[in-house]
Ligand binder design. Structure first.
Ligand code: AMP
Length: 219
């Protein structure tokens, strides 16, 4: 160690500075907003972005935009979205990779509707490492099935989303959430990063409890 220090000093490299730069992670706030369809992720993320100035990334919104614009990704995703199934991991992970690499100069990210599988969560952890950062915490909104169905029915009228219109598609989305997406909560629980909150009640009160959780996260 001593020899290498002298060597690096001799060639004009400040070794302690390099070591410090490498080991101190950027202090970003990277949040995951988690919950079944209709749990209020979209509504709450709008409020969170405003307060914490984060880069909002909703894979659902981006996919809907691609569908509208008729891109290759939009076409590939179409059949899955219409059926209420998950778009394949490879497509989603590529989309997230590109978006993150194009948006590095941010205070942090809020992921809404992503990751939805353990494979996506593992890929995200790797991408965060690439940025010398990590996920700060996952906020999971808990809402009973009956309430979800009622909210989705209302949203079908208000936002005219085709995947909210059909009862069968709604059932598939809720089942897909339970079977494929819920294990993602265990994945972050094992890392001590899962925060579960009641997602029923006054929007502002739910937002206040989310803020309390965010402010208590280690950064
Ligand atoms: P959302 O608006 O988040 O409910 O997403 C609408 C639909 O887009 C979902 O039902 C899926 O078909 C697809 N989708 C959105 N995000 C993902 C993801 N992370 N993984 C796979 N499919 C997704």
């Amino acid at each position: 160690m001593e020899y290498s220090f002298f060597f690096y000093s001799f060639v004009g490299i400040n070794l302690p500075q390099i070591l410090t730069k490498k080991t101190i992670p950027l202090s970003m706030l990277n949040l995951l907003l988690f919950g079944p369809p209709g749990s209020g992720k979209g509504t709450q993320s709008q409020k969170i972005i405003e307060k914490y100035q984060l880069f909002h990334f909703s894979t659902g919104d981006v996919l809907r935009r691609h569908r509208k614009e008729g891109t290759e990704l939009g076409k590939q995703a179409q059949e899955y979205i219409t059926a209420g199934k998950l778009v394949p991991d490879s497509l989603i992970i590529d989309l997230v990779k590109t978006t993150l690499r194009e948006n590095t100069q941010v205070k942090g990210y809020i992921f809404d509707g992503f990751p939805r599988t353990v494979a996506q969560a593992q890929a995200l952890d790797e991408l965060m490492k690439e940025q010398n950062s990590a996920i700060s915490g996952m906020i999971s909104l808990l809402v009973p099935d009956d309430e979800l169905r009622a909210r989705l029915k209302k949203r079908a009228i208000e936002e005219n989303r085709p995947d909210d219109q059909d009862e069968k598609v709604i059932n598939t989305r809720i089942e897909t959430y339970k079977n494929e997406t819920l294990p993602v909560a265990d994945y972050y629980k094992a890392q001590g990063k899962l925060y579960e909150l009641n997602g029923v009640g006054d929007i502002e009160a739910i937002f206040q409890s989310i803020c309390q959780v965010i402010d208590s996260m280690p950064q």
